[in-house]
Design a protein around this ligand. Structure first.
Ligand code: ATP
Ligand code: MG
Length: 414
């Protein structure tokens, strides 16, 4: 495979526990992808010499590029250098210029270098030394029968700086990159999306296809290896096929969010919105107001949690609540209409329901009604949302925003 395949090794016993995540791996995966190199394995290994050697040996057997981070420091548990030398059967030599740099760093701070730091000047014979502008431990690059083994410090800032300055240029030139795209889908479950897009997924290759569920939305992650500087025709083809099948369920791509899309449409149409929220307690308004420039189209919102707030603030008739219950389609629509009337906006949007864990008179947790109101249109969605309290609230806000988005896009005259 041109450009080769890469393997990442995160070294450090702390990374095996719950306290520290291997963020270096995410960074390196992204950078290698940009260079057209696929990461096929990522291993986390503790500071045990035998394990470390085992992992490095395996990595060098099956991958052309191996990048290990961590364990280059001066302490007794920093053993990466020694493990790499053992695996490649190379002696360790002391590099006088590294030693001088290390001693200089201490002298400049008015200190004498502790003797154990001398270990950081040890270099497996033949290794290329990678300067570390932000720290003491230099990195090392070793070439071995067509393989490249790079050792970098674990400290994320040091590792990133060194990768960008020195390691990028060492990588096998592939002339390729990975193009990616995320398709975002609302108001369908993962299995519904999976079912509808099955023919597209089956013919996606060579584009990689991954389906991921998040509360209130489903995402299709696409990845295609393409020549540098060119477009991504495979991704474009799949995008068109999905859009044709999903219609307005496909609401955005990559970083786009529902609130951003709603805000953009309202701005373009010189329209405005107000919220009246029960179970979401302001989540809808919080998401809308997170968009820069929201003051141009978001008038405000009300939290109408209890019945008194629904009638007093939300303008819902007490009879309506008595007849249908607070968690009902008519009350959701009345809340949306109330928000719109009180704040004199083009649109009102609302949510009412049971977030749980307790059930209510109108149903179990997850029984939710979201609604929108315009001048001549009122619409609601009756939902049974899964998940715990937090997930139900989040999904309810997402569904309300999606209903609003579709009403606006649908060309509904407010
Ligand atoms: P130093 O010279 O600072 O000792 P080092 O190469 O020995 O560098 P480590 O001691 O292994 O690096 O780690 C230094 C710090 O970087 C620690 O806080 C560690 O948790 C963090 N770190 C190490 N590896 C990773 C990783 N893969 N992702 C995120 N943080 C990491
Ligand atoms: Mg260390």
């Amino acid at each position: 495979m041109s450009g080769g395949s890469a393997e990442l090794v995160a070294i450090g016993s702390e990374l095996l526990g719950p306290a520290r995540a291997d963020t270096n791996g995410s960074f390196l995966t992204r950078r290698l992808g940009e260079a057209g190199i696929a990461v096929r394995f990522r291993t986390i290994v503790g500071d045990t010499p035998a394990d470390l050697e085992d992992v490095l040996r395996n990595a060098l057997r099956r991958s052309q590029v191996v990048i290990a981070t961590g364990g280059l420091g001066p302490t007794i548990d920093d053993l990466t250098r020694e493990a790499a030398a053992a695996v490649l059967d190379l002696p360790l030599d002391e590099d006088p210029s590294i030693l001088r740099d290390l001693e200089d760093r201490y002298r400049k701070r008015g200190l004498v270098m502790p003797p154990q730091n001398r270990r950081q000047a040890q270099v497996p014979r033949g290794a290329e030394v990678i300067p570390n502008p932000h720290g003491s431990a230099p990195g090392l690059a070793l070439r071995h029968v067509g393989r490249l083994l790079v050792l970098l410090p674990g400290v994320p800032l040091e590792m990133r700086t060194m990768f960008d300055a020195s390691v990028g240029p060492m990588l096998p030139a592939s002339g390729m990159r990975f193009a990616t795209r995320i398709l975002k889908i609302a108001a369908l479950t993962e299995s519904e999306v999976d079912h509808r897009l099955d023919p597209v997924a089956r013919s996606a290759a060579p584009v990689e296809w991954t389906i991921l569920a998040a509360p209130g939305q489903v995402e299709i992650h696409l990845r295609e290896r393409v020549p540098d500087g060119g477009g991504s025709p495979g991704i474009d083809r799949i995008d068109r096929q999905c859009a044709a099948i999903l219609g307005d369920h496909l609401f955005g791509r990559d970083e786009e969010t529902l609130e951003e899309i709603v805000g953009g449409r309202l701005l373009a149409r010189k329209e405005s919105v107000a919220t009246a929220e029960s179970l979401t307690g302001g989540l809808i308004a919080a998401r809308l107001s997170s968009i820069a420039g929201a003051s141009g189209w978001l008038a405000g919102g009300m939290v109408c949690y209890g019945e008194a707030a629904k009638t007093g603030l939300g303008g819902v008739a007490a009879d309506l609540i008595a007849a249908h219950g607070a968690v009902s389609a008519p009350v959701a629509e009345a809340l949306a209409a109330g928000a719109r009337a009180t704040l004199r906006t083009t649109w009102g949007v609302s949510a009412t329901g049971y977030a749980g864990p307790d059930s209510g008179p109108e149903g179990p947790p997850g029984t939710v009604f979201v609604a929108i109101a315009g001048t001549s249109v009122r619409r609601h969605a009756a939902l049974r949302l899964p998940g715990d309290r937090a997930a139900i609230r989040k999904r309810a806000a997402q569904s309300a925003l999606d209903l609003l988005r579709r009403a606006i896009l649908g060309g509904d005259r407010a």
